[in-house]
Design a protein around this ligand. Structure first.
Ligand SMILES: Cc1cc2nc3c(=O)[nH]c(=O)nc-3n(C[C@H](O)[C@H](O)[C@H](O)COP(=O)(O)OP(=O)(O)OC[C@H]3O[C@@H](n4cnc5c(N)ncnc54)[C@H](O)[C@@H]3O)c2cc1C
Length: 460
């Protein structure tokens, strides 16, 4: 059996940054990266070229492979310790801020652009004041936008720098974490092949979160609860959000709804971008992209409500799947509705959508009625927040605004982790979105670095 100092499962940003950090700190280190998807240039979604159902792919080319979900993400690096993860809980604000800067620098070294949004303090203060006047909390953050197209180039360059310095296995799915006496000692693949290692970093992303949860249960690790985020994707003319997006690129706004006192937030704002469908383990949900080198005339963003279930029900993933499944059942996929139709209690039809001023960038969403999909509580929260945002960006609450549903964000069950993201099994680390500690590129990248630094110290 081949032996490694460190095995990394998953080649998304968290796994990649773990490898980069280990190579920087430990001489002659032997690293194996195991990835169930394909190398970056072989990640081709068959839907782009042929009429084929997503269910036909054993691994989703958009979410799996070199770069993970990050490869086809919008590539917005959100440089705030308060956004995109919970690492502040593990390493404190000062360390996190400095590690975010270092990760940002690494992305720039590999080709991320210089331009930084949200750096002008006066403009940011103006947005904060305006938001506060209308019951919205604005979370300022500097943002670097790589863009989906440029992400691929950055990832190619990183891969090139790792070639020859780490073994990378593609189309290789980790099936079992091997342990003995509460200490990790390797990984077994689905095809039965085994590799031994002194340290293992699990970085399987959302795509592999259920696998990680299953392994955590089998290994009797303590699991902590996470919420599920449910909502819609809003699409408006880009000019409506331009006063905000030209300053901050991604306005992060939080609102506490009047009726239910729920926390509603904007998420993943894509100026001049497009709405896309996402296929996750049997269901269609919505998401958004924007490109560095091409533009649409619309901006889209998600409005999400987080729900923590207590007892007797504690299956947030099942609940989110059920809501998205309802949209799929009624709309044979994603549903799109004009806000004006929703207000008037009627479904949208292809004719009503065609008459609207906002032309949908997602062409195969089905015009329908989201009030049959989203529970009253979520709809009411979302409509109240749209009214509030309209005060700082007039035009958002227009009849022509499009709502796509359902957008659902699942978070993994969180394994109990130490400050260096080590599980209760010695030398077994869990990082990134799959471990529930991040929800974005920057904190995912930093989480890999945290685990790698600790392993580096132990190897020294
Ligand atoms: C459409 C979209 C747009 C996004 N836009 C942004 C954005 O603009 N800004 C931002 O900050 N974030 C964005 N995100 C989120 C961001 O992509 C993720 O937070 C980030 O990629 C998480 O990194 P990760 O390393 O934890 O996991 P991932 O990137 O998901 O990578 C995990 C990898 O592990 C592999 N894997 C899983 N299980 C196994 C197994 N058992 N064996 C072997 N390999 C396995 C998977 O195939 C995958 O390649 C977006 C996500 C999506 C889907």
């Amino acid at each position: 059996m081949k032996h490694y100092d460190v095995i990394i499962v998953g080649s998304g940003p968290s796994g990649i940054f773990a490898a980069l950090e280990l190579l920087k700190n430990v001489q002659n280190i032997k690293i194996l990266i195991i990835e169930k998807g394909k190398d970056i240039d072989k990640r081709i979604c068959p839907m782009k070229t042929r009429k084929i159902s997503c269910a036909a792919c054993p691994e989703c080319a958009l979410l799996s492979g070199w770069g993970g979900a990050g490869a086809y993400s919008d590539g917005k690096l959100t440089l705030s310790p308060h956004i995109g993860g919970s690492l502040v809980k593990y390493i404190g604000i000062d360390s996190l801020e400095s590690m975010i800067s270092a990760a940002d620098m690494t992305y720039m070294n590999y080709g991320a652009p210089d331009k930084l949004y949200g750096a002008n303090e006066n403009e940011i203060a103006t947005i904060s004041r305006l938001a506060a006047e209308h019951d919205l909390m604005f979370i300022p953050s500097k943002i670097r936008h790589i863009g989906t197209d440029r992400c691929i180039t950055v990832l190619r360059k990183i891969k090139k720098s790792l070639d020859g310095n780490a073994d990378i296995l593609f189309n290789a799915e980790a099936e079992r974490v091997l342990t003995s006496k509460k200490k990790v000692n390797g990984i077994r693949l689905k095809n039965g092949e085994k590799f031994s290692a002194d340290h293992v970093i699990l970085a399987p992303g959302r795509e592999g979160s259920r696998w990680l949860e299953r392994e955590a249960r089998r290994l009797h690790l303590t699991l902590l609860k996470n919420p599920v985020d449910i909502g819609v994707r809003v699409e408006i003319p880009a000019s409506v959000f331009e006063p905000l997006t030209k300053i901050t690129y991604e306005p992060k706004l939080i609102f506490h709804s009047r009726t239910f006192n729920d926390r509603v937030r904007t998420f993943c704002v894509n100026p001049y971008g497009e709405v896309v469908k996402e296929y996750l383990k049997g269901i269609w949900t919505v998401n958004g992209h924007s490109y560095a080198n091409s533009r649409t005339s619309n901006t889209n963003f998600a409005l999400l409500v987080s729900t923590f279930f207590t007892e007797p029900f504690d299956e947030p993933i099942l609940y989110g799947t059920y809501i998205a499944g309802l949209a799929n059942l009624l709309g044979k996929g994603v549903i799109v509705q004009r806000l004006g139709d929703l207000h008037r209690g009627r479904r949208s039809t292809p004719e009503r959508i065609a008459q609207g001023d906002v032309h949908p960038t997602l062409k195969d969403a089905t015009p329908g009625d989201l009030s049959f999909v989203l529970p009253y509580r979520y709809l009411s929260d979302i409509l109240e927040m749209i009214e509030a945002i309209d005060k700082i960006a007039p035009g958002v609450n227009s009849d022509h605004t499009l709502l796509y549903g359902a957008e659902v964000k699942f978070y993994s069950m969180l394994p109990k982790l130490s400050e260096s993201l080590e599980t209760e099994i010695v030398n077994l680390f869990a990082v990134g979105d799959g471990a529930g500690v991040s929800r974005g590129l920057i904190q995912a990248s930093v989480s890999g670095t945290i685990a790698a630094r600790e392993i580096g110290r132990r190897l020294e």
